[in-house]
Design a protein around this ligand. Structure first.
Ligand SMILES: Cc1cc2nc3c(=O)[nH]c(=O)nc-3n(C[C@H](O)[C@H](O)[C@H](O)COP(=O)(O)OP(=O)(O)OC[C@H]3O[C@@H](n4cnc5c(N)ncnc54)[C@H](O)[C@@H]3O)c2cc1C
Length: 374
């Protein structure tokens, strides 16, 4: 009887759960240990709607206990879930130390600790928060939003636009302002998509300020001026920053990170650094250019194929090739913007986006994530 190969995965979300499930399904004779700060998986893609419309979706359709929902069919010899936080990584000793000082050894490691947004730090769970009271955090954010009569959203990307659209539709009497540092919305897409986003937000009464940044860090129900970097101020009760993601990488040695703290990986999803072997990375925590759940699904396939090649010496090695940027951004329940990168960058009709994603996909977590519920 061969000893099982010990694969440790850190992070319990799109990347970590997906890679653990696929390893168990494709590589025999392994034991997978999944370590995650969060014991539940949160379908955060629906967060803008959930936070804006408190009774829109029952929590049990968006928050799933990981072990029971995704790994119930595996024995203790095949799978172990550790509810804990990685605090340090020693790639020479091949150990991960948790915040409670427990040390976990690995033969292979997959880092999938994702990212958080500045809003998460302010108690607005656009992503998984580090607390274990996600439902409570969501309810508290819903109340802060409901109580605010004026809300400023910082950012010009998909999350900022989606959040503004949902808020303006849910609360037509609130004053919703988007503060965009760039000179157009959705600057990563073409100008046609940007114009459509602006028109859809304007139709909902959202004000947009271009070429300016909010200097604010956050506030809670206090009507005070928010300073902008052009010297002006605007009044608001609530500030929601949607200005990009911050990698959850503070346990990883700095030599493996880029200047912004993302884990440097090769197209094989592997860490390639002197003295480091058998470490892979997937999802938002990595330098992969696609910070999207849909890209994570492809990265999982690459990682599992390469792990199989490492362990069994079979099959060919695979490389992740990011597709052309595709983005589908609902703006409330009746409009939206979508640019389909692999279809020549065509911009879809607004009503079709609302129908497909705004009204359907947000209620179907397992279709977008590729995770398999057991
Ligand atoms: C509001 C919003 C809407 C979005 N909509 C879309 C969309 O429509 N389509 C799309 O493709 N993408 C979308 N995204 C992006 C998508 O959410 C991310 O790409 C995806 O969550 C990345 O998954 P991940 O597994 O890499 O990491 P994450 O989802 O960030 O999860 C990381 C996990 O690791 C855990 N963790 C963190 N640190 C540690 C540690 N030290 N030890 C142990 N565990 C740890 C966390 O608790 C969490 O469970 C959206 C993002 C936001 C914010």
């Amino acid at each position: 009887m061969f000893e099982k190969v010990n694969i440790v995965v850190i992070g319990g979300s799109f990347g970590g759960i997906g890679v653990a499930q696929n390893i168990l399904a494709s590589i025999p004779n392994v034991k997978v240990t999944l370590i995650s700060t969060s014991k539940d998986w949160y379908f955060n893609i629906a967060a803008p709607r959930l936070l804006s419309w408190p009774n829109s979706t029952p929590f049990e359709k968006l928050i799933y206990p990981i072990k029971e929902n995704f790994f119930s069919k595996y024995s203790a010899a095949q799978f172990e879930f550790i509810h804990g936080t990685a605090a340090s990584l020693n790639t020479s000793a091949k150990t991960v130390t948790l915040s409670d000082s427990q040390s976990i050894s690995y033969s292979y490691l997959v880092i999938a600790t994702g990212s958080h947004t500045p809003a998460v730090d302010l108690g607005i769970p656009l992503k998984q928060s580090a607390t274990d009271s996600l439902s409570g955090d969501i309810q508290s954010a819903q109340k802060r939003i409901a109580d605010a009569s004026s809300i400023v959203i910082g950012g010009s990307g998909a999350v900022a636009i989606e959040m503004a659209g949902e808020l303006a539709e849910a609360y037509p009497k609130k004053c919703v302002t988007v503060v965009s540092a760039s000179t157009r919305l959705l600057p990563m897409l073409g100008e046609k998509a940007s114009a459509l986003a602006l028109k859809s937000l304007s139709n909902l009464g959202v004000k947009v300020l271009f070429g300016v940044r909010a200097l604010e860090k956050g506030r809670n129900g206090k009507k005070e001026p928010i300073a902008l970097d052009n010297g002006k101020v605007i009044e608001a009760d609530l500030y929601i920053p949607a200005t990009g993601v911050i990698p959850n990488s503070n346990f990883i040695p700095a030599t493996l990170l880029d200047a912004l703290g993302f884990l440097i990986i090769t197209p094989e999803q592997k860490v390639s650094s002197p003295g480091v072997s058998a470490v892979y990375g997937i999802g938002d925590v990595t330098t992969s250019p696609s910070k999207m759940a849909v890209a994570v699904t492809q990265q999982i396939a690459v990682t599992v194929a390469n792990l199989k090649n490492d362990i069994e010496k079979t099959g060919s090695r695979k490389a992740f090739q990011p597709g052309k940027l595709t983005m589908v951004v609902p703006i409330g329940g009746k409009a939206g913007v979508a640019q389909m990168g692999d279809l020549g960058g065509i911009v879809l009709w607004s009503w079709l986006v609302a129908l497909i994603k705004g009204n359907y996909f947000l209620g179907v977590p397992f279709m977008i994530s590729g995770l398999k519920k057991q």
